[in-house]
Design a protein around this ligand. Sequence first.
Ligand SMILES: [Fe+2]
Ligand SMILES: [Fe+2]
Length: 172
Amino acid sequence: MEEEGRRGRGPIAAYLVEDHRRLDGLLERAVADPNRVDRESYDRFRAGLLRHIGMEEKILLPAIQRWRGGSPWPLAPKLRLDHGAIASLLMPTPTASVIGTLRDILAEHNGVEEGPEGLYATGDELAGAEAEQILARLRAAPDVAVMPHSDTEAVINTVQRAVEKAGYRFKE
Ligand SMILES: [Fe+2]
Ligand SMILES: [Fe+2]
């Protein structure tokens, strides 16, 4: 089944699904020791995930809208709300609640993007001859610098609001 999925996969899906797997691997490494988060892996995960979101928001979603004659992809607002929640969860210290919430959201979100009617399949389907050009732009997406963690009340409120707005629950 895995192989069948790969066979039908275009270049945009292949690149971004592989990036999901790489980011999953970094998160697993970051939390492998239940007593302490490996900060180096977690920072690489944070930077990589912000770059990944940037590729989707700044390159793929606008391209899909253009290929649709200017009409936004129907699930774009939902994906953007998810991205807001995910990005906010990268700000505070990665407690068990933060990591648990992040994992729940990513599992659902990545499933929507990778599915047969998902963001990536739609991108490959609509890209046609432009697929390789989009792939080149994705590959060239710049690295993103991460900020030091912040646990102020304002940050915690922002996280809770962003998570709820996207339709998820913050794990206590
Ligand atoms: Fe995404
Ligand atoms: Fe993604």
